[in-house]
Design a protein around this ligand. Structure first.
Ligand code: AMP
Ligand code: TRP
Length: 332
């Protein structure tokens, strides 16, 4: 029997190389290798509004992500691609799952802790309850696997706990999902501060590569990426974190092992290594951008999203009807 694979990306900031390597590239690879499986992918716009968003930008980014998923190589015939806010059951189930989640569990979420330290005032209550909505995104479709980067592991563990708790109380109902975290590239680091995750909400654009960066920007950012003064190509995340991150990016982009990259460049200078890496990134990203440009204005993208909405919506509707029956909500 085929499995169901579910994942999403929030439309905040620009899409980065971290999103591509940690998440999107994984979906594409899984889809190639797992012909039996079903893929549900969505743009998590409801998650985006946990922090303040400019309406026109939010809408633009939502479509950008949908187009980028396809431009990166997802097969449209095998992907149920949709926008989270267009399926109202996410929020409905999110509330029910909040009622099965403890304050202490949410307080322990490191992503919430990090974000709330940065913002300190004006933290919304939805930023706090966000993991319950994320659990709903996953459990609504009975996902077997959820491909994500390392930063989402804790949210996935909580999703499993919530599913098990619900199943124990109400009887088996939700599939308990498993995270799929890539072996190489689960945590791409900032190019300027390699002890920090590469993130799209960063203020300095030298630290990340956007999937929309042009050739000149890609080359400039790789050239100026922080390395070290050891002048030896070697994979050592503790003593050479900047270089280790670049090696990881290279291996992931080329679908090679880290050791293969190290071996190839062991006698090269950092400059040669960086030039080859920048070229590999250009060769990967520029064709993706061309496909994105064709898709973003197309009727095809709209049709794919309409179809995704219909398929996901039907599944969600049925699951929620049963869920309410289980809990004793409503008349029947
Ligand atoms: P977000 O942009 O926060 O919605 O994240 C979307 C997906 O990209 C999630 O699966 C994240 O784990 C993944 N991701 C985001 N940043 C990185 C990064 N720096 N390295 C690896 N994966 C990442
Ligand atoms: N919270 C995820 C992030 O910030 C995005 C997301 C929302 C997600 N719902 C999801 C990922 C469901 C996987 C499955 O990266």
């Amino acid at each position: 029997m085929g499995k169901r694979i579910v994942s999403g990306i929030k439309p905040t900031g620009t899409l980065t190389l971290g999103n591509y390597i940690g998440a999107i590239k994984q979906f594409v690879k899984l889809q190639k290798n797992r012909k039996e499986d079903e893929f549900f992918l969505f743009v998590a716009d409801m998650h985006a509004i946990t922090t303040r968003q400019v309406p026109a930008e939010l809408r633009k980014r939502t479509l950008d992500i949908a187009a980028m998923y396809l431009a990166c190589g997802l097969e449209k015939e095998r992907t149920v691609l949709f926008i989270q806010s267009e399926i109202k059951e996410h929020v409905e189930l999110g509330y029910i799952l909040q009622s099965n989640t403890y304050m202490g569990e949410l307080e322990r979420m490191t992503q919430y802790k990090d974000k709330s330290i940065k913002q300190d005032t004006s933290i919304t209550s939805s930023l706090f309850t966000y993991p319950a909505l994320m659990a709903a995104d996953i459990l609504l479709y009975d996902a077997d696997y959820v491909p994500v980067g390392e930063d989402q592991k804790q949210h996935l563990e909580l999703t499993r706990d919530i599913a098990n708790r619900f199943n124990n109380f109400y009887g088996d109902f939700f599939t308990v999902p498993e995270p799929l975290i890539p072996e190489v590239g689960a945590r791409i680091m900032d190019l300027q501060e390699p002890n920090k995750k590469m993130s799209k909400s960063d203020e300095f654009d030298k630290g990340y590569i956007s999937l929309f960066d042009d050739e000149a920007a890609i080359k400039r950012k790789i050239r100026s990426a922080v390395t070290d003064s050891l002048a030896k190509i070697n994979y050592d995340p503790i003593n050479q974190p900047g270089l280790a991150n670049l090696i990881t990016i290279f291996a992931s982009i080329k679908d090679l092992e880290i050791a293969q990259i190290v071996e190839k460049y062991q006698n090269s200078t950092y400059q040669t290594f960086k030039e080859d890496l920048a070229q590999a990134l250009v060769d990967t990203l520029i064709p993706i951008q061309k496909r994105y440009q064709e898709l973003i204005k197309s009727q095809e993208l709209q049709d794919i999203l309409d179809q995704g909405k219909a398929i996901a919506g039907e599944y969600a509707f049925k699951k929620m009807r049963k869920c309410k029956q289980k809990i004793g909500l409503g008349r029947k």
